[in-house]
Design a binder for this molecule. Sequence first.
Ligand code: COA
Length: 400
Amino acid sequence: MSLKDQFGKDILLTGWGHSKFGKLADDTLESLIVQVAGEAISNSGLDPKDIDEIYLGQFNSGMQPLGFTSSLALQLSADLANVPATRTENACASGSAAFQQGVKAVLAGTARNVLVIGAEKMTDAGADVVGAALLGASYEMAGKASSTGFTGLFAEVAKHYDKRYGAKIAGESLGDVLGSIAAKNHHNGMDNPYAQMHRDFGVEFCRTISEKNPMVAEPLRRTDCSPVSDGAAAVVLSTSATGGATAPVRLAGFGHANDFFPAEKRDPTEFAATRASWERAFTMAGVGIEGLDFAEVHDCFTIAELIMYEAMGLTPRGEGSRAVQEGWVFKDGRLPINVSGGLKAKGHPVGATGVSQHVIAAMQLSGTAGDMQLPNARRGAVQNMGGVGIANYVSVLEAI
Ligand code: COA
């Protein structure tokens, strides 16, 4: 079974664009969107007049005053006049929501070529506004005061995980394992020209609380958190190759699952709906985790990456630490994870992240990932999450 078997047509990523991530004082949300839209269309070999529909993933939640952004991409070209454009919002998975809506429009046959964009401009707002906006993705905390923001929510996840599984981690504490994940992703980020943070902190720094690496919300230190970021990414979806400069990449399968919002309806150590989204994508693609050469996963906090090893089926529950301790997820390991540096080092402009992950995977599969390039990358997965395991998206992508 494959996506093509199920729907009778291929979905190809035929062109893509990616801005630098970081604190981009000279850019606006509009300039970032226009930049990546232009790159993606041009690299796909199409012209703006060939685009039938646009989806823009953006969370916003009060970080930008303009609350109605679907038409910003039209600023690229007069030839985009009258193109239907819609903004999707699913918290930090808004970019993947746009991607999957684009896929469905092509599958439905209502569009031949869809432009998918993810974008967020977070650093214009103060830390208090950003913190409150992000907490808008929490059922319990939306609109409430918090000194630890979203980090506090994932810190609770880490505490539950430590209580249940911490004693079983061989020879190290949970904090040590999380420090290793942070160090891995910061090291990988050194090779990513789009990354916000080019700082190879090393394991000891990431494991140690210091003036430069303070506790944000126990047990999560600063290096356990993704940064606050600006950035955008875009991809063009089509059913056939469109003459672009780069070899297109095929979508082999996709999955989406939402969980219940109230915390008491979820096991905080499991991410059950994330697991369901992995299973749906694997089933559609007709492959399992052993068929992947790499994955880009949602490490908004290091504890999320650890639990992801379990949700994606790399290890049984409670044993995710083995994947780091035994080197499986490093660049030269059996399943490299977050070779881009992940959200941790690349940055996490929330609405952009899901599209960025697809672009990075497409670069790997088309052999154009530069210093990030893995040898023999033929099939990879992308996983993007909104809230604490609430809105979950997975894509399996493959080289043609
Ligand atoms: N990881 C590592 N270093 C970081 C960092 C991060 N996430 N964020 C900032 N830094 C570094 C900066 O580069 C800077 O270094 P320098 O002093 O050597 O120049 C230093 O820390 C201070 O930067 P600043 O921006 O003042 O940090 P901060 O303490 O205000 O913010 C966090 C740090 C972790 C609190 C902030 O990045 C954060 O809130 N992240 C989580 C965002 C979030 O919740 N996203 C949604 C996820 S679902």
